[in-house]
Ligand binder design. Structure first.
Ligand code: SF4
Length: 250
């Protein structure tokens, strides 16, 4: 009897794995244990921290480029899950031709998409920017509303957008909590919280009024350049003697 030999199927060439797209880090809530373990700050210590921030940088500025409250609003809406530098790159040309709600509507959604296509979620954001421009014109007389409820009623704008616009455009003492502020509030023990809202309310409670106008920017800049997510630069940190983080490296 003829011997039956099995043919083995030719091996498929391995398919190279696709590189995962980097995803903006979501604020991570601190463990319950670490929240409890931290010694609360005294008012004098909090005052000291913000005095040091003020001394080092008396007039901190946000890094989102804008030319008026409307372009600030648009820039903040575009900045969700994107970097300020990436947004600025796209908005420089956009704001040169569309710096009012009417001009944005005249530009139209399709052309707007072309300007912002380098920003993540740009299709949805373009839709929101056109819709919010229409609403600012029809319901607020073409001016960005100066109230939290008014700003939050606009498409694409939430609590953080309202806090940034109220603070930067209208000088209100609001505290916008982004990923940096969330991390710094928790790590330092200044305002531990499991959600951005908890951290926001905690910071508002402990920071003296005299610092509130700039507190949001000091904390963002501190998180962006010193208290980095993976490798905080504790050795050059202005507040390393006061910080409560058990893992600080000094
Ligand atoms: S000491 Fe370290 S962990 Fe604490 S605030 Fe400074 S950089 Fe952040």
């Amino acid at each position: 009897m003829a011997k039956i030999t099995r043919k083995t199927a030719p091996r498929k060439a391995p398919v190279p794995k696709k590189k995962a797209k980097p995803v903006a880090a979501k604020p991570k809530a601190p463990a319950k244990k670490s929240l409890k373990a931290m010694k609360p700050w005294t008012p004098a210590e909090v005052h000291e921290v913000f005095s040091r921030f003020r001394k080092a940088n008396p007039e901190p500025k946000g890094e989102l480029e804008h030319v008026n409250p409307f372009t600030l609003l648009v820039a903040v809406v575009l900045s969700a899950q994107a970097t300020d530098a990436g947004v600025n790159k796209a908005t420089r040309a956009l704001f040169a031709i569309a710096d009012t709600p009417q001009k944005m509507l005249d530009l139209g959604e399709e052309r707007l998409r072309e300007y912002i296509k380098t920003i993540g979620l740009y299709r949805t954001k373009a839709k929101n920017v056109i819709a919010l421009s229409a609403k600012v014109l029809s319901e607020f007389g073409g001016e960005v509303p100066r109230t939290r409820a008014g700003i939050e009623s606009l498409p694409g704008a939430g609590r953080k957008t309202a806090n940034v616009v109220l603070n930067m455009a209208f000088g209100e003492h609001t505290m916008a909590v982004d990923t940096h502020v969330f991390r710094v509030g928790n790590r330092t023990g200044l305002a531990p919280g499991k959600t951005p809202l908890e951290v926001e309310l905690g910071l508002e409670k402990v920071i003296p009024a005299e610092f509130m106008l700039h507190a949001h920017h000091w904390l963002i800049l501190h998180g962006r350049y010193t208290c980095l997510a993976r490798k905080p630069r504790c050795e050059v940190c202005l507040i390393n003697d006061l910080c409560r983080w058990p893992e600080k490296t000094v």
